[in-house]
Design a protein around this ligand. Sequence first.
Ligand SMILES: N[C@@H](CCC(=O)N[C@@H](CS)C(=O)NCC(=O)O)C(=O)O
Length: 214
Amino acid sequence: MGDIPTLYTCASSRGLRATWAAEEAGVDIDLKILPFPPRFLAPEYMDINPLGTVPLLIDGAARMTESCAIAHYLATKNGMTELAIAPGEPDYAEYCDYTYHADATITFPQTVYMRFAIFEKDKGWAEAGQAYAKWFYKRLVKVEERLKTREFLCADRFTVADICVGYALILAKNVGLDEGVPDSLKAYRERLTSRDAYQRAFDREEAGRKALKA
Ligand SMILES: N[C@@H](CCC(=O)N[C@@H](CS)C(=O)NCC(=O)O)C(=O)O
């Protein structure tokens, strides 16, 4: 494929932020779906990404391993698009803030919950996992407040900040963390996931996941 970026990811992982941004921006990517977790099920992946995490984007000499950064990069690599907010535009600061907030503050407790309460629940840490679930719920307050008067997080339009925060809400539903998600954020998630580009991204990843099993 050569000239187009290659995205290594696992279906419905944080890499969905990147696949979704590529679909929204109309950027061609070579999508490579790995089994989860690649660390154990695709150990050769460690040679190209010693972290063992997904996503990984390779574009020429660039190697990126942060889903929110990759989403912003894909939305802007061929020039600014409506999916991003430029310096000097209203809500530029908020755009940066919510794009980082999505993973650093919201997805972080979700990840710890998943590890302790799901993947390693037999190690006796399930209670700690549930404590992180509560922490996750509390951390939704900022987005909840922001969306009381808005349809999207920034500049009255759909941006990468919505992709990044929206994915955390999608993950919540997928891993049994929906009980403490306010109805207003469930409605926001519904608006986001009904977008054609989201559906295309989801279907592309699922097709890759199914091909692994074939
Ligand atoms: N901050 C990184 C985190 C990447 C990450 O931890 N990805 C998870 C999947 S959502 C993963 O690869 N877990 C498997 C592992 O750590 O072995 C991002 O947003 O891309």
